[in-house]
Design a protein around this ligand. Structure first.
Ligand code: SAH
Length: 482
């Protein structure tokens, strides 16, 4: 270990920065965050530094640096582009025992500034001993993605109950168990969901009535897993997947995504194939309640977004009734995922000013939709659950006024390696699809935006053999009206 990581308390401490450029400005901003009293020495300071001086946030000496200015300082940062001046500042500071950092000259530094993940009061500092600053910045970004933004709030909350908890839980072991429960359980989740007041009340209650063991209360996370590509999960989805005790998932969630759930979590498949409901919806709703009542953290993982044709609303109604804490995490819905990964923008100034999501699910023989509205021009219609009803949808649109030449695309398993795009028109798409061995899930996009697929499509897994414009008869034909 070449360096000792420490956190310096600099509130009201006099600190000196030499230099008046952008780099100096960044260091000044960092020091100001700690509450330090900053003095800047620069022959010419940039406008941003001057503005801070004008606000009296710092003292600006617009003059040549002289070593005497280091006298009495607690910390020095040299950020001029004059090597001789930097060296002089470094030597003087070291001689006087004042910690000094010279930007980009590690050999002149007595300390180096790490990359910082700031969730104050939680701070994570990453350093490479000056060897590869870019690497520490990359590591920092990885950590940023893992640590919820509200971690600081959580630390503050814990801090304000520290003394009380110490008095209540006398042994270290009990205390540790208590805090582990609090910091990983429903109370932490309340904080992450921005419900600080409720979290505070729950924590207070817990300390005052510890015998009730109510921090064992379970909760439910209704999480959107996106359309297939695991990279499209949200940070929060991933975090909850890694802390759940039990997961309920169905057919629409890719195996690679289920693999990301905590290894020792129990997995319950409640898969649904169309018209072949493995577990009836009421039973799923009930199961969520029962598992949470056993004190478990229950993850309900749903394809796409839970609130778009996902019955997410129904699944949480029972939880509300039973007073079980839950949260809903949005996911990228199939329409967004498929649109992006096929280069078919859902809206476009030239082609579509609105976009409608509908379900093509058959109710008996018919699909009950407002066909007249969906047949109007200059819009995009996205049909979920459309494979069986594909031909009926195309025919109904033509019957209600759409052109038989209206472009349409069926996307198989969008965003996955098995993505395949079949492009045609309302007239030709059903027979094109019938000729291919199409595997669900599939999404139907109808509208002139489909013309853009050929030029804007960028994701081309091997499964997607290219269907050329000459074959489809479609070409981008801008009709900009401005
Ligand atoms: N809640 C989900 C939709 C559930 S309904 C969401 O927001 O995406 C199931 C339908 O979604 C499927 O029949 C199919 O039309 C569509 N779908 C889901 N994932 C898909 C994918 N990767 N590619 C194409 N369609 C998909």
């Amino acid at each position: 270990m070449n360096y000792l990581p420490i956190f310096l308390h600099l509130r009201n401490a006099p600190c000196l920065v030499t230099g008046g450029g952008d780099i100096a400005y960044r260091k000044i901003k960092m020091l100001l965050k700690t509450g330090a009293r900053v003095t800047v020495v620069a022959e010419s300071a940039n406008a941003k530094i001057r503005a801070l001086a004008a606000k009296k946030a710092l003292t600006l000496i617009e003059d040549t640096f002289v070593p005497e200015q280091i006298e009495g300082m607690r910390l020095v940062v040299a950020a001029t582009d004059d090597k001789a001046v930097n060296r002089q500042a470094s030597e003087t500071a070291i001689r006087q025992g004042v910690p000094v950092n010279v930007v980009d000259q590690p050999e002149l530094c007595s300390f180096i500034v790490p990359s910082i993940v700031d969730r104050s009061p939680v701070l994570i500092a990453v350093g490479t001993g000056g060897a590869a600053p870019v690497l520490s910045r990359l590591l920092k970004s990885r950590l940023e993605t893992l640590i919820p933004a509200a971690y600081g709030h959580l630390a503050n909350l814990a801090g304000s109950f520290r003394t009380k908890a110490k008095a209540t839980f006398r042994s270290t072991r009990l205390r540790r168990a208590f805090w582990e429960q609090v910091l990983q359980g429903p109370i932490a989740e309340l904080v992450f969901a921005g419900r600080d007041e409720e979290a505070r009340n729950a924590l207070k209650e817990l300390i005052e009535n510890p015998q009730e063991d109510n921090y064992q209360q379970g909760e439910v996370y209704l999480v959107g897993a996106g359309p297939g590509d695991p990279d499209l999960l949200t940070f929060r989805a991933l975090r909850l997947m890694q802390q759940a005790d039990v997961v309920l998932y169905d057919r629409l969630v890719a195996a690679e995504i289920v693999d990301l759930v905590r290894r020792d979590a129990e997995r319950i498949y409640v898969g649904k194939a169309r018209a072949n409901h493995r577990v009836p919806q009421q039973d799923i709703n009930r199961l969520l309640v029962d598992l949470a009542k056993q004190g478990r953290r229950v993850l309900r993982l749903k394809g796409g977004d839970p609130f778009i044709f996902g019955r997410g609303g129904e699944e949480i109604e029972d939880l509300v009734r039973e007073n079980i804490p839950f949260q809903v995490i949005p996911g990228i819905t199939a329409a967004s995922g498929c649109a992006s990964y096929t280069g078919i923008p859902l809206t476009h100034r030239d082609y579509a000013q609105s976009c409608t999501f509908v379900t093509g699910h058959l109710k008996g023989e018919i699909i009950d939709l407002d066909w007249r509205m969906l047949s109007r021009p200059r819009q995009t219609v996205v049909v979920y659950m459309s494979l069986t009803g594909l031909e009926s949808v195309c025919q109904a649109l033509v019957k209600h006024g759409s052109s038989i030449d209206k472009p349409a695309a069926l996307i198989q398993q969008g965003t996955t390696r098995n993505q395949k795009v079949i492009v045609g028109t309302l007239g030709t798409l059903p027979s094109r699809v019938a000729a291919e061995n199409v595997q669900p899930p599939t999404l139907l996009i109808i509208g002139d935006v489909v013309r853009l697929h050929e030029t804007l499509g960028w994701y081309r897994p091997e499964s997607d053999h290219q269907i050329l414009a000459t074959e489809t008869g479609l070409r981008p034909e801008p009709v900009r009206e401005d």
